[in-house]
Design a protein around this ligand. Structure first.
Ligand code: MFK
Length: 614
């Protein structure tokens, strides 16, 4: 038992403590002058990083939009949306993370129901996506060839706060694109209207169920799902879809092999057709033709339901010519890969924005982090990577917009085909590196779950995996070079040179321009030499080739942006710094003999080294 007596002099207070029958008087420090006495948690609290309007905070995005799409309506919409993301939506995104989806397979009476319960915030994201036009802007085309840039700029602001709702939007956009390219008619006309509406009550999202048990890369050989023709011209699908993301979608596009009258199917890519199916329930409340086997336990992207599905007679319609499934779904892959790249750039931008804000609040070694040049150097390196990623992504959006409004030249179309996998693979890798570095800039707090920061890294890790891994996409680059008989390269070289031409009179940029010209010359030599090489040699060089294409092109884009009349000194500095790196690693590594016939043997001997020592 103790009694506190008012504070005496010197910041001390007297305390009467009971001791047996008597009382003794002691002194102890007063709370207001000595920390850790009463509340025991001290009185210093680190200020958190503050998310501000991501449009106003992003000088490059604002510059890019002012340059290419200076319409007042667009700028004010992006500005308002950037504010909404910070003030309202970001909290919903966090709710999606802390309230992940749950699967209820059976009702209390034992009936199979397969309900995927998602959070209220996830559902709000769906309504918001329709109302803000996050898919529809790309199809309304009010801004002609720049409509995609507008749509993707908005998604860029949304992505890191979206609680991964950008994933269903990517597939929704991809499905709309496939339907549009195949023809908007029965049975997909209604679906197209719903995918591209601004009315929340009508809006549908789509899945893209491509991956089966044998894997998601080698789709041609890994797809076992069969399509059994029905009397009315429709099909029933039977198969096991191993990795279906955003499984709460209203419809899906998926691949299957049509069974002939004898029950046989055609193997390989030629046997695959594309199907459209609605995800709906029968009168008893059961999913029609689908059983949700389980939700996947993933490293990140936990906000979003990803499931294993048994297709057990799923009613579907074939929407491609028989055997043209892969070629038909390729349009979806183009769109989802662009969205993937956008998410990568968005994640980088977010972590840089938070880190630079934090550096104005966090004090260490006697000064704010922003006053430590080494810290700011690190942030500047992240900023350079982020700017390059942003311009790469916007470039594919620009080309996509041209293609969709019928004004793309043949070279533009080749360039879009080449750059889509290149940008996806490069930004996916950059995102992991930049977000990881970003977490470090918060010290230990970057590793603490409820700051929301670690989720950025977990979610970034998927970006190099889904929609084609780095190696699968590098090989896709080789395939599109071969299929176009080199035309994609021709488009690449000519457009890169035209980007540089605009900067020829800008002397501050000349070291960067020279570096890109030099790298292009090296790349041209590698390409000429490659024609004479075996495919095994080319495969080994594929990843370095893709990286070279990305780095050189990003250099040209940064230079082009820096030579625009509205550019800032920071734009010039970015271009110079970017172009100081090895822009053409394929030439560098070729010189080292990395693709020579003996190298794979050495690689394998190293990887499987079993030698015991001593
Ligand atoms: C935040 C946003 C993220 C979005 C999240 C979505 C989550 C969903 C999770 C997943 O679904 S992950 C599954 C991802 N899987 C892939 O991305 C597949 C990776 N594998 C490939 O890309 C392979 O290269 C491919 C399956 C396409 C290879 O299949 P094939 O049958 O060996 O293709 P082939 O023979 O090379 O090409 C067949 C046709 O398609 C050809 O047309 P033609 O017959 O007219 O000549 C090709 O030109 C065409 N094609 C193939 N790839 C193309 C393409 N066309 C355009 N672009 C492409 N990329």
């Amino acid at each position: 038992m103790e009694t506190k007596v008012p504070t005496g002099r010197g910041g001390q207070r007297r305390v009467l403590r009971a001791s047996g029958q008597s009382q003794r008087e002691e002194t102890e420090p007063a709370f207001d002058s000595v920390p850790f006495s009463s509340a025991k948690i001290g009185c210093f609290f680190q200020e958190r990083p503050v998310l501000k309007n991501s449009f106003l905070e992003d000088a490059l995005l604002r510059g890019y939009v002012s340059r290419h799409l200076p319409q007042e309506a667009v700028i004010s919409d992006l500005c308002a949306f950037g504010g909404r993301v910070a003030d309202e939506i970001d909290v919903w995104g966090r709710d999606c993370e802390v309230s992940p989806p749950q699967l209820v397979q059976y009702d209390p009476w034992g009936r199979r129901v397969d309900h995927i319960h998602t959070s209220a915030a996830w559902k709000r994201m769906k309504d918001l996506s329709a109302q803000e036009g996050l898919v529809s802007i790309g199809y309304e085309r009010h801004y002609g060839e720049w409509s995609r840039v507008y749509q993707m700029s908005k998604l860029f602001l949304f992505s890191p706060s979206s609680g991964l709702y950008t994933c269903p939007l990517a597939m929704t956009d991809g499905a709309a694109k496939v339907i549009e390219s195949l023809g908007i008619s029965w049975p997909v006309e209604k679906a197209f209207n719903r995918l591209t509406t601004r009315k929340a009550e009508d809006f549908w999202t789509s899945g893209q169920w491509m991956t089966e048990r044998q894997g998601g890369s080698d789709v041609a050989n890994g797809t076992e799902t069969v399509a059994v023709p029905q009397m009315d011209g429709s099909y029933k699908l039977y198969g096991y879809k191993w990795f279906t993301s955003a499984t709460d979608a209203d419809m899906t596009l998926t691949l299957a092999r049509v069974q002939d009258a004898s029950g046989s199917t055609t193997s390989g890519s030629r046997g695959l057709s594309l199907f459209y199916a609605e995800v709906c329930r029968d009168e008893s409340g059961q999913l029609k033709g689908i059983e949700v086997q389980k939700l996947k336990d993933k490293l990140g992207t936990r906000q979003m339901p990803t499931a294993e599905l048994l297709l057990d007679g799923l009613p579907a319609y074939r929407i491609s010519v028989e055997g043209r499934g892969v070629a038909s779904i390729a349009n979806m892959l183009t769109i989802t890969r662009i969205h993937n790249s956008l998410s990568a750039a968005g994640a980088m931008r977010r972590v840089v924005q938070l880190a630079r804000d934090y550096a104005t609040r966090r004090r260490a070694f006697g000064k704010l982090l922003k006053d430590h040049p080494l810290h700011v150097q690190t942030l500047a390196r992240m900023e350079v990577e982020t700017r390059a990623a942003f311009l790469l992504v916007m470039e594919v959006c620009r080309l996509l917009g041209k293609e969709e409004t019928g004004i793309a030249t043949e070279l533009d179309t080749h360039l879009l085909r080449l750059l889509t996998p290149v940008v996806k693979l490069y930004t996916g890798k950059q995102a992991v590196a930049v977000v990881s570095e970003g977490l470090e800039s918060f010290g230990g707090q970057g590793y603490i779950e409820d700051t929301g920061l670690p989720g950025l890294l977990r979610d970034a890790q998927v970006l190099s995996i889904w929609e084609g891994t780095t190696n699968v996409l590098s090989l896709d680059v080789l395939r599109c070079v071969a299929r176009s008989a080199g035309m994609v390269f021709h488009a690449y070289f000519s457009h890169t040179k035209s980007l540089l031409a605009g900067a020829s009179g800008v002397c501050t940029l000349s070291p960067a321009v020279q570096a890109v010209h030099g790298a292009l010359s090296k790349l041209e030599l590698v390409a000429q030499d490659a024609i004479t090489k075996e495919s095994s040699y080319l495969d080994l060089a594929a990843r370095d080739l893709a990286y070279s294409l990305a780095r050189i092109y990003a250099g040209a884009l940064l230079i082009d942006h820096a030579s625009w009349k509205g550019a800032s000194p920071a734009d010039t500095y970015t271009a110079l710094r970017w172009c100081e790196q090895d822009l053409c690693p394929v030439a560098t590594n070729k010189e080292k003999g990395w693709y020579n016939p003996g190298t794979p043997l050495h690689d394998a001997a190293l990887v499987y080294d079993q030698q015991t020592h001593g």
